[in-house]
Design a protein around this ligand. Sequence first.
Ligand code: BES
Ligand code: ZN
Length: 881
Amino acid sequence: MRNDDAPLIRLEDYRPSDWLIDTVDLDISLQPQKTRVRALLAFRPNPEGQPGAPLKLDGDELALKSLALDGKPLDASAYTATPQALTIPSPPPHDFTLTIETELDPSANTKLMGLYRSSKVYCTQCEADGFRRITYFLDRPDVMSVYTVRLEAAKAEAPVLLSNGNLIATGEVPGTDRHFALWHDPHPKPAYLFALVGGALDHVRQDYVTADGHKVELAVYVEPGKAGRAGWALDSLVRCMRWDEKVFGRNYDLDVFNVVAVSDFNMGAMENKGLNIFNDKYVLADPQTATDGDYASIEAIIAHEYFHNWTGNRITCRDWFQLCLKEGLTVFRDQEFSADERSRSVKRIADVRTLRSTQFSEDAGPLAHPVRPRAYKEINNFYTPTVYEKGAEVIRMLKTLIGDEAFRQGMDLYFERCDGTAATIEEFLACFAESSGKDLGHFARWYEQAGTPTIVASGRYDAATRRYTLDLAQSTPPTPGQSDKQPVVLPIKLGLVGAGGDLPLQTQSNAYAGDGLVILDSASLSVTFDNVDEPPIPSLLRGLSAPARLELDLADADLVRQFSADSDSFNRWQALQTIAIRALVAAGKPGAARSALNATATGLGRALDGFLKAEALADPAFAAQVLRLPAPADIAREIGRDVDPDAIFKAHRSLSAAIGAAVLPQLPPLREALATKGTFKADASSAGRRALRNELLGLAALATPAEGAALCEEQFASADNLTDRLAALAAMTLIPGERREALITRFAAAYAGEPLVLDKWLMAQALIAEPETLERVKQLMQHPAFSLGNPNRVRALIGGFAANLTQFNRADGEGYDFVCDIVIALDKTNPQVASRLLGSFKSWRMLEPGRKQLAQEALSTVARMPNLSRDVADIAERALA
Ligand code: BES
Ligand code: ZN
């Protein structure tokens, strides 16, 4: 279907289904090329639907083999079947069953939606609308059914057969080489949560008893020979289950919980009821093949998918417009889990970096949309940073506004009231309005209005009255389809910082300000603080208490003072980031003078040098964050228009090198003191030491390339873990020359046969900020480690290149043409991966005129291609609009 023909689906057009399906009995006979699916569906007229309505079931590339109604073959005149739909114009006006037989070819399924084979393993991905690729169905989340699934396969090919729920029976198929397994899931669920797995898999397992006394068998399934890498995922699962009992009072509700890792997967992972299916990148870990970052993301994603069991599965979404109801809330839950398991402040800094680089940039470009979109052509294009990350921020603000206790009571009420239903944002918010006694009508605007608000703040101190007045104003820039913006509810956590730390807060004008919270819910507001003994530095938006930009004009010297005295570690980090951003924005603008940067470099270098001496060893993970400058892409976003990536990059490099030079004398002793000795540990504290040590290595590579290269070689040779080896490679990529090429070769040789490690090797090369990188990437596409058929390989090499600010945005436009050619090629086999890659163009409009025109031409070439998928056509169309 051409995108122009694709219907626009609107939230306001929602209607309940005319028919419901109470039970689904699936009988699936797995064969590599000819899999037979027999579905017995029990229909019932929906009392909330239209009586006597026709029955139209969704399909996608389906082949119907037979059809029976109440067990009797249906006459061909009574229905029409196409690959996209099965329609019965006049179904019986009462309950009835359909028996539908379809035939599929899992081996030919390169879209990785529906049932497919990945490295000889059968698996499924049904969210958002993949179940219709297995059988004809009412494939919408508000149709919930109880599933019973019989799986059959050749014993040798698929000794392991898994589906949702509890295992009821297994057995041989007499007279054949085949066997079967029967699974039953007592919890009604929408079709997008259906899953099956079949293959030869190893596993690790553990018994678990829930807080309410239910025994559960946990298992993590992986490719044969990889069970030794499944332990961390299983350990993370146990910890997040305990955490959900303690923090949200949620217990698990089946006898088994299975996690399966597969090597071809479009996304990160999927929360199918009782059978989570994962991209193996987010399961497999050992010190030799996973970095500290991998350990942390495995822990977070295992938790995320597990937490969906309540926020997503027990309570699902009425329609896909409510996606943030499960995703934003579940991201919030996984962020809180990681914060409790690790360092809360460091986790918040890392999450804010992600929010700004992914969501703020989306909000600032042509793909901006509200947390709850109002219309879509292709729902798979709305699993975005706005729905996920901003959706999580909205929950975080809700908690800040109503307080911890009312938040927990509201969640309890939501679980109690909406359990077993397909819910809406309105129903969710009603629980918190009730638990807090507050009107959340205005707050709800966060779900409807796109764009990142800017808060402009300024303060005045009056020594005579000892009063400090803070003037606050908000505005939100226009976004596609929303030119008029209204004020939103902004909870601003704040403090007043004096020479010796935070000053006491006294005010008559604002109910919360005494507790360090000001709520800006109109266009502007002034707050006056009394009995302020000295001119304070305002510390605003602590912990980024709202997903907004802050404009506050503080001198560098004040920011340095804030960095040393603020009690809020997030704003300490932010203070130095602000100094760096301001200088880089000034230096990165067209025709900027370089001199301003020198002064900043000296000041920042001195502050960081002192900070490292005093605090590096006390909290290395925090220190690593402080040392890490905002990325060039962050500077580009701040500049916002006429962006010249090369100028920004140059400024960024020179500031980094100057900071490296300033801390250089401390480097050897500090790196020595930070070295983790003895057996490898993946815990947050060891990871923090490695993070800082490797941050210092990167600075050394920029400040003194020859010595830096030697350090990289030494670290690569002596490291006992992948984090340090990869950091050595990454730092070496900053230093052009033969030593770099030699280390690249050594790395590949050391990890031959480790595709997930080689992905990092591909990406490190794709990110090199040099004009030769495009040619290098093209060469690497020929490397045996690369394949266009595997999403992880594509994301590493091509996605890595598209994230390379200077090389994707080459002035000659060849970076755009290259990525677009791949999008067009990939669209024929895997539209979802192709459309995500095309999303790399989301910031093209902020570029200087030359690049802007080249990017537009490349996008237009994509848009003009015949037979584009709806996924790619939708992104191209909106990016160009
Ligand atoms: N439900 C999603 C998986 C999904 C994403 C299905 C897009 C269909 C389309 C899952 O819970 C999820 O959110 N996965 C994330 C990782 C998570 C930690 C944010 C993913 O796959 O990127
Ligand atoms: Zn999710």
